[in-house]
Ligand binder design. Structure first.
Ligand code: SAH
Ligand code: TRP
Length: 385
């Protein structure tokens, strides 16, 4: 799974998001596509859809390690301390998140499923995409509603799941391939904050033959409210980077959780079974394993609080006692005070107008917006303005 062939650049870089954000350039790598179990190499091979899963890795072990190291060093030496959320998602983290989606308190997944089920056919009509790209795809469960609609419309040729967690990504990719014979699957292991410039089908990112690009209409799904896990400035940069990749006819389908009663919001991020707490603490396990640290997971308590000013849920880990932690790979020994809190995640909640305004600021015009009957969760379809 981790073996890889030497990198070969495939065309111009375009405006890499990493450049725009001043992100870690050492992590940027144009990985070759590596046929996983077949000869498939994306579209471009003619009118017959190819089957088989192709994998592009922007985050192989070395890049992942470099990126984690930089993030953890910056986060643990900041005041207050902070750990970036993408590191929640190793195989255990993805499994825990999957359990979160089934919790009684965690309404977003069910609500988004309902909005998708009610509108998937409309979405496929509005954007009859040949390629469905999914950012932060995870298990791609809800995505099947979109795949079904695009298949029923007779247009679907390729599915491109994109995620930092390779294991979950490849398993989900294989399952989709089995369920949708005749649709090719091109999995991308990457960080959507850094590797958007290389999306299949974009001018700089397609690894297939150039002939397939022009005819390729892409729907980019970004579901689960994951955009709310980015800070507002990062959201803007992210949306502009995505918009820069769009051709006429491409569209973004954005899933966002909406502002509501704070008690329901907090319960969704602090469930009674303690699954979210375990998920939150999992970031410490990742650091223990990958950076040779000695965080005692019982020494940190899960905190979820609603911040009305910023309109987000903030997740933290609170040190339950004074304690010393060593992160050997960083040569760092650091003390946590009793009750010291470290921020791990935000989950922003939106209004329908607010979403449209953020999209507009990034050059994306809203063509449709739907919610579930209770108005808990929104899907917004946007196209280059
Ligand atoms: N789309 C799924 C999963 C949401 S959980 C759903 O709606 O249920 C968020 C997903 O985004 C996880 O699978 C996680 O691994 C992935 N993710 C988080 N940060 C990421 C990043 N910076 N780049 C790519 N994927 C990321
Ligand atoms: N995108 C999800 C959300 O914001 C991620 C998530 C759910 C999450 N529960 C969490 C992240 C708990 C950290 C901790 O709803």
């Amino acid at each position: 799974m981790t073996s890889r062939t030497p990198a070969t650049a495939t065309g111009a870089r375009g405006s890499a998001f990493a450049g725009a954000s001043g992100g870690d350039p050492s992590g940027i790598r144009d990985e070759p596509t590596r046929p996983q179990d077949a000869t498939a190499n994306g579209l471009g091979s003619g009118s017959v859809p190819v089957t088989g899963i192709t994998v592009t890795r922007h985050l192989a072990a070395a890049e992942r390690h470099a990126s984690l190291t930089a993030d953890v060093r910056a986060g643990l030496t900041a005041n207050p301390r902070e750990l970036p959320p993408k590191w929640f998602y190793d195989a255990t983290g993805s499994l825990l998140f999957d359990r979160i989606t089934r919790l009684p308190e965690y309404y977003p997944t069910r609500r988004e499923h309902a909005v998708l089920a009610a509108n998937a056919a409309r979405i496929a009509t509005a954007c009859p995409a040949t390629t469905l790209i999914e950012l932060g795809s995870g298990t791609s469960e809800k995505t099947r509603l979109l795949l079904d609609a695009l298949r029923n419309a007779g247009v679907l040729r390729r599915f491109v799941p994109f995620d930092v967690d390779e294991e979950t990504l490849l398993r989900a990719g294989q399952e989709i391939l089995r369920s949708y014979p005749g649709t090719s699957v091109h999995a991308v292991v990457g960080d959507f904050e850094r590797h958007l410039a290389f999306l299949p089908g974009s001018a700089s990112g397609d690894s297939g033959s150039a002939g397939g690009v022009a005819a390729d209409r892409r729907l980019v799904a970004f579901l689960g409210g994951t955009i709310g896990n980015l800070r507002p400035e990062t959201r803007g940069t992210f949306l502009r980077a995505l918009r820069d990749q769009f051709h006429d006819g491409d569209a973004l389908l954005l899933g966002t959780d909406l502002v509501k009663d704070p008690a329901r919001l907090v319960a969704a991020y602090d469930d009674s079974a303690g699954v979210t707490a375990a998920f939150n603490r999992n970031v410490l396990s990742v650091i223990n394993r990958e950076l040779d640290a000695d965080f005692d997971l019982r020494g940190f308590a899960h905190v979820a609080a609603w911040d009305p000013e910023n309109s987000w849920i903030e997740m933290r880990l609170r040190s339950v006692r004074e304690q010393e932690v060593s992160v050997r790979a960083l040569g760092l020994v650091t003390r946590f005070g009793a009750d010291e809190q470290m921020r791990t995640e935000i989950s922003a909640k939106f209004t329908l107008e607010g979403i449209r305004a953020e999209l507009a600021a990034a050059g994306l015009g809203t063509s449709a917006q739907w919610t579930d009957p209770d108005g808990d969760f929104a899907l917004t379809l946007a196209v280059p303005a």
